[in-house]
Ligand binder design. Structure first.
Ligand code: ATP
Length: 953
């Protein structure tokens, strides 16, 4: 039915060496592909190769551009992706498809050819059968892709030439370049309404086949002397509804290594399918049911075949359409297949575009098992050809000679009908046989796979046996291990039992702990309750503190009042003390006056004693004068020495008396001075006490808190006073003792001197009598008669002297007795004075002690000032207090500093009270339990504004 045009290289079959087997111009690529195909052909055969699917999107046509038709398709050649933008219910949905290759609107024919078709041509030349389908909606560029846009001009190859001319050219180029011996057969069929038309057939022949007029096929020479046969493309009005199949079959002569000629065969089918939209709608209108149906038949069958192949269903309906019958081998057979799906970017074609993309994407899953065509021995081929020629010759001969069989037309028609029925039957049977063959093949494959499986199984069995052996060994080992493990298990069981015991114990412990925990929890809850209570107590404490604060204020006020009262009492007491001191001083002055009187008396007494002595001495003088006058009258001439002697005695007695008098005078002065000193000392003591009282008063006036200072000062004053008094007492005693001693010594000395002098005088008097005797003797010498009278005078004198001496001694002893009495009086008066002093001291003590008591009472309850630091001016810089808390059984001491606080009044400022209040409210105060030290620090911070209160907290 189809005619074919074949070409053999001029010069007939030329022998080629093996090295001259066809080589491509692009050797590397071809070698690679060849290598790939050699190594992978077996693999391809076994596992199958997917149909390669390429998508090509055409650019917008001029009309579409003019109408600004929106583009809804985008191509990413690098990622091999095509995305179609769809708007469903105002929602934009992108659908992206992945393919083996993607060519966008700007892709050129050459680019597509080089990348997608050229490798296939190489494979055809390797001996594969390859098919390229162009599938897509009408007007998307199937024909443009397969055939191209323009004609060849002046032998030049146009840039928009399609796949067919480029493939033919490439094949010729390669074979010519290789100087190969080959033959090429080309067929170009059109399938329209399930009827095949040979587009290359001569008009007469085609007339026989079909009524349609066909244009003659022109034979054109290519540039290298080969014949490129091209047909006028019969792009009729039905082109969109017809399928065209351009087939190139190439036979290439090769040599085996043994030098035997072999024929290698490859076939390339280039199929331009009808518009895919025809599947659904194209021909179904306007009474063109058959056309549409037939077109649909081929396309639908193609779709079903693809589905069957993709889904691996048992029956593939190749025979349901002529297209699928013709291209059967290209779909799921031994052929390498490529589908070029063409699409339009226009929004108007979106539905068809998506359908095409779905279809093409589905076709990607078709698997072929490409096989290189068996190379035929040249002799066998020649034989086949000869037998073909013979058959054809016989047919020609029978036709020429008309020696065939002639039968009536009806019979012929009947035979034809039978023949047709037979043919259909045969076809059915063929189909059945084909399916059977396929089943057999499948069974064979199953058998083969079973064989393989068996081999694998036996191999596995062998391995398993080996493994079994190993397993037995390992089992033995395992048994051993098992035994050991049993022992270990027993040990572990023992351990476990122990563990269980301990666990039990632990559980018990846990229970205990739990109970404890529960207790603890209850404790905690109790604690929480306590904390709550504590909070309440703290609140109460806060209230108490506030109360305490107010009480403190009251206490301070009371203290202030107490101090004020104490001060007045002190003042009163000091006044009393002063009065007492004054009375003491006056008493002392009286005592001193009395002492003075006594001393005066003593003086008078001494004076009278001395006068008595003087009188006695005068009497003695008179006596002596009378005696010695008598004696002088007697011994007038000899009495000058005696007279002088008496004068000397008188002068000495005068001097002695004068000495005694001056000594008494001095003693009197000293006593007066002593009394004065004592008075001054007492006055000073009074002054000191007064100043102390003044200081105390001032102190109490200025600083209530410094009462203790007064105590100290008073104590100091007391000590000083005591010391001074004791010193005074001591001094007084010493002075008195000294004076007394000196006085006594002086008196004793005077008396002794007086006695000595008297004795001396007496002795001298006696000696004078001797002298008188001597004088008498001297006088007697001239007048011996007077000696007796002198002697009598002298003895008279001596007797008188004796009397005088006796009288003098009695006077002296009387004087000494008087002195003793006076001394005793003096001592008693001194004792009295001392007693008065003691009484005065006692009075002072009695006056001071209540004051001290008051002070102690004052200080005992609350504050002890323990340190006071003052500056040069006496200003208080820092005080430290110790606070007794009378409420505590053991008084707790707290110390705090109140820098530069002059008085409690100064401390009790509103700011300080505010601070105090806020301080009590702070957390820190709770922690510090109201430590006044921190209070003071807080006060200091507040005052200096250096540290914020929170920092102290
Ligand atoms: N890639 C392309 N580049 C430039 N123009 C193109 C391209 N593809 C198609 N065209 C143009 O689009 C028009 C329609 O193309 P074509 O006839 O090849 O479509 P078709 O799919 O074969 O249609 P039908 O199914 O009706 O035969 C032509 O004018 C063609 O030149």
């Amino acid at each position: 039915m189809d005619s074919s045009q074949s070409h053999q290289r001029r010069g007939g079959l030329v022998s080629l060496s093996p090295s001259q087997t066809p080589r491509s111009s692009d050797k590397a690529v071809r070698d690679l592909r060849s290598g790939e195909s050699n190594s992978s052909s077996k693999h391809d055969k076994e596992k199958g190769v997917n149909v390669q699917v390429i998508v090509r999107c055409r650019p917008l046509s001029e009309d579409e551009l003019r109408l600004h038709t929106p583009v809804v398709v985008s191509c990413n050649e690098g990622k091999r992706e095509v995305s179609a933008i769809q708007n469903i219910a105002n929602k934009q949905i992108d659908r992206t498809f992945l393919f083996d290759k993607v060519f966008g609107p700007t892709s050129q024919q050459k680019h597509l050819y080089d990348l997608a078709v050229s490798p296939i041509v190489y494979e055809v030349l390797e001996g594969y059968n390859c098919t390229i389908f162009a599938y897509g909606q009408t007007g998307t560029g199937k024909t443009y892709t397969m055939e191209g846009g323009a004609r060849k001009k002046n032998g030049e190859f146009p840039s928009d030439a399609g796949v067919i001319p480029r493939a033919v050219k490439q094949i010729f180029d390669i074979l010519e370049a290789q100087n190969a011996e080959y033959s090429m057969k080309v067929t170009f069929l059109e399938l329209y309404n399930e009827e095949i038309t040979d587009l290359l057939a001569l008009e007469e022949t085609s007339k026989f086949i079909d009524d349609k007029s066909k244009k003659p096929i022109a034979l054109m020479e290519d540039g290298k002397g080969g014949v490129l046969r091209t047909a006028e493309t019969l792009l009729n009005k039905q082109s969109s509804r017809s399928h065209s199949i351009f087939s190139i079959t190439i036979h290439i002569k090769e040599f085996t290594p043994e030098g035997e000629e072999m024929i290698k065969c490859g076939k390339l089918n280039l199929v331009d399918l009808a518009g895919s939209e025809n599947i659904s709608r194209s021909g179904a209108r306007e009474g063109r049911a058959r056309e549409a149906g037939e077109i649909n038949k081929s396309l639908l069958t193609l779709g079903r075949v693809i589905n069957a192949l993709v889904e691996h269903s048992g029956h593939v309906p190749y025979r349901d359409s002529k297209l699928t019958r013709l291209l059967r081998d290209s779909l799921g057979g031994k052929t390498k297949t490529c589908i070029i799906a063409t699409i339009s970017p226009s929004i108007h074609c979106l539905e068809e575009t998506l359908s095409t993309l779905d279809y093409a994407h589905r076709a990607k899953n078709i698997k072929n098992r490409p096989e290189i065509n068996q190379k035929m021995m040249k002799s066998a081929m020649i034989k086949d050809l000869y037998s073909e020629i013979d058959r054809l010759k016989q047919e020609v001969y029978a036709a020429r000679e008309k020696n065939g069989i002639y039968i009536p037309r009806d019979r012929y028609l009947q035979d034809e009908a039978e023949k047709k029925a037979m043919a259909e039957k045969i076809e059915r049977m063929e189909l059945e046989s084909e399916s059977k063959d396929k089943q057999i093949m499948e069974l064979q494959e199953l058998y083969n796979s079973q064989l393989l499986l068996t081999a694998e199984l036996s191999e596995k069995l062998e391995k398993t046996e080996k493994k079994l052996e190993e397993t037995e060994n390992s089992l033995f080992d395992l048994e051993e291990k098992h035994r050991q493990a049993n022992a270990t298990i027993k040990e572990k069981e023992f351990l476990i039992s122990n563990l269980l015991k301990s666990e039990k114990a632990l559980v018990e412990r846990a229970f205990d702990l739990r109970a404890e925990l529960e207790n603890a929890a209850s404790d905690i809850s109790n604690l929480f309750a306590k904390i709550e209570r504590k909070d309440k107590i703290e609140d109460g404490n806060r209230v108490l503190i506030q109360k305490f604060q107010s009480q403190l204020t009251q206490q301070l006020e009371i203290l202030h009042r107490t101090v004020a009262t104490s001060v007045t009492r002190q003042e009163q007491q000091l006044k009393d003390m002063e009065e007492d001191m004054q009375s003491f001083v006056s008493t002392k002055a009286e005592a001193t006056q009395e002492l003075r009187g006594r001393v005066g008396k003593l003086k008078a007494m001494y004076g009278s004693g001395i006068q008595a002595l003087n009188g006695m001495a005068k009497e003695l003088e008179g006596n002596s004068r009378s005696t010695f006058g008598n004696l002088n009258s007697e011994v007038s001439r000899h009495s000058h020495a005696l007279e002088g002697l008496f004068e000397g005695i008188a002068s000495e007695a005068d001097a002695l008396l004068n000495d005694l008098q001056s000594s008494l005078h001095m003693q009197e002065e000293k006593l007066a001075m002593f009394a004065k000193q004592q008075h001054q000392a007492h006055f000073r003591a009074v002054e000191t006490a007064r100043s102390v009282s003044k200081i105390t008063v001032n102190f109490f006036k200025t600083l209530d808190m410094h009462v203790s200072n007064l105590t100290q000062i008073v104590e100091e004053a007391q000590t000083v006073n005591d010391q001074k008094l004791s010193e005074l007492e001591k001094k007084f005693e010493e002075c008195a003792a000294n004076e007394e001693r000196q006085l006594l010594e002086k008196v004793a000395e005077l008396l002794a001197n007086s006695n000595v002098r008297k004795k001396k005088l007496f002795e001298q008097g006696k000696n004078g009598c001797t002298t008188v005797e001597g004088c008498t003797r001297v006088l007697a010498q001239p007048g011996k008669g007077n000696v007796a009278s002198v002697n009598s005078i002298v003895s008279g004198g001596m007797e008188a002297n004796q009397i005088l001496c006796t009288r003098f001694s009695s006077a002296v002893s009387a004087a000494l007795e008087d002195v003793d009495v006076a001394n005793n009086d003096l001592l008693s008066s001194i004792d009295y004075s001392l007693k008065l002093d003691h009484d005065a001291c006692g009075n002072i003590n009695s006056l001071i002690s209540p004051c001290c008591e008051d002070l102690r009472e004052l200080k005992g309850g609350h504050y002890h000032k323990i340190v006071e630091i003052t500056d040069n001016t006496g200003k208080c810089l820092q005080d430290e207090y110790v606070v007794d808390e009378p409420s505590c059984s053991t008084p707790r001491k707290r110390s705090f500093n109140l820098p530069s606080v002059a008085s409690i009044e100064e401390l009790r400022t509103p700011a300080f009270e505010e601070l105090l209040k806020s301080f009590w409210d702070t957390k820190y105060a709770k922690q510090a339990n109201g430590d006044i030290k921190h209070l003071a620090a807080a006060y200091e911070a507040l005052r200096d504004s250096r540290v914020p209160l929170t920092a102290i907290n």
